[in-house]
Design a protein around this ligand. Structure first.
Ligand code: SF4
Length: 352
């Protein structure tokens, strides 16, 4: 039974969609259903862990008198934000199963384009369709005719692709207004990111949640990637569960660079040949080298393993802080989990 107020024999439990990740200096509470996150003290996690297995009044008694006001605040915080509930039957509320599974051989693809690229989008989409790929980022680095973008989108019709993000330069965007009608015509397109824009603005589409995002920054090559910031954290079930077992950037990813070379990620040097000259399906399914980094989780990576953001932060293994150590931290992250601070300079690892 669930109670509105604590009773003499009740437990205080979090809903299973509320997950807490312990970091070195603080913890992160993630609401996987509402896609929201809150930073909390590690002491809160210690309190809620005890409440899972011990009656709440007993837990409270184990703390000093001067701790009681803060415990009351923790309890109010949990109930008011709908993070948890009081119950006398904790066995009825099992913990979340953190297994991650997908029917896809490749879940996401990146296709890079410059003005010299000669990609056949029909051929690429046929390959991705056979791999049951769900999402594509098309990244156009240089000004091209907008018809090429539209041809790419048309090639995805009748495919299993569900979600497309398109990065184009500001000059390319000026050829065609991306409005509600465009999004209505192309339901697979999730967002347009217009780089090299006069200002940073997000334009919501008045029809649904899809967006046009204007960025001042130029995105001119595959290496304009791998930046880590609080704004880029994603608190959803898919990333959270995948990150427990696999690399949050490279797992089941296929990239095609501006010359048509197939890679796991376009920022990596290693390529496996052109998509129209090799058997890409065989590469993905049978070449162990292609998937060799897929199982590196944030729990394996120096510094990240002590960070409260490790299951909501997308990794980068192409640009790392020590090229001689594949387990080193992403180069473009300035977060220091030991001080709970974003620092301007790369940090040294505690104990080294
Ligand atoms: S330290 Fe690692 S997990 Fe933490 S924010 Fe940086 S890259 Fe992400």
């Amino acid at each position: 039974m669930i109670y509105e107020n604590p009773t003499a024999k009740c437990y205080l439990l979090l809903y299973s969609s509320i997950q807490i990740v312990k970091g070195y200096a603080r913890s992160l509470l993630i609401d996987l259903e509402r896609h929201k996150m809150r930073l909390i003290p590690n002491e809160f996690l210690e309190f809620i862990d005890q409440c899972k297995t011990t009656y709440l009044p007993t837990v409270l008694k184990n703390y000093q008198e001067n701790d009681q006001p803060i415990l009351k605040e923790y309890m109010e915080f949990i109930i008011e934000n709908e993070y948890g509930f009081y119950t006398d039957q904790p066995e009825c509320f099992p913990e979340l199963d953190l297994t991650w599974k997908t029917p896809s051989d490749i879940t996401n693809a990146v296709i890079d384009v410059n003005k010299s690229s000669k990609h056949s989008y029909t051929d690429i989409i046929k390959i991705l369709d056979k791999l049951n790929c769900q999402a594509i980022d098309l990244r156009v680095f240089e000004h091209i005719n907008f018809d090429i973008v539209t041809n790419f989108i048309h090639a995805t019709e009748s495919s299993c692709i569900r979600n497309i993000n398109i990065y184009i330069p500001y000059n390319t965007w000026k050829q065609r207004a991306i409005d509600k009608d465009y999004f209505l015509d192309y339901p697979r397109v999730n967002s347009f990111i217009i780089h090299g824009s006069p200002s940073n603005i997000i334009k919501d589409n008045d029809y649904d949640k899809r967006k046009v995002i204007f960025l001042q920054k130029d995105i001119t090559s595959a290496s304009c990637c791998g930046y880590v910031s609080e704004n880029l954290m994603i608190g959803n079930m898919s990333l959270f569960t995948e990150s427990q077992h696999y690399n949050s950037c490279l797992n089941k990813k296929l990239s095609i660079d501006v010359d048509g070379q197939v890679k796991n990620c376009n920022v990596q040097a290693e390529s496996y040949g052109k998509y129209n000259q090799i058997d890409v399906i065989d590469l993905v399914k049978n070449n162990k080298s292609f998937s060799s980094l897929w199982k590196i989780t944030k729990d394996d990576i120096l510094v990240c393993k002590d960070c409260e953001f490790r299951y909501v932060c997308v990794d980068c293994r192409g640009l790392i802080s020590d090229n001689n150590n594949i387990y080193s931290k992403p180069e473009r992250c300035n977060y220091n989990p030991y001080k709970a601070d974003w620092e301007p300079e790369p940090i040294k690892i505690i104990g080294q």
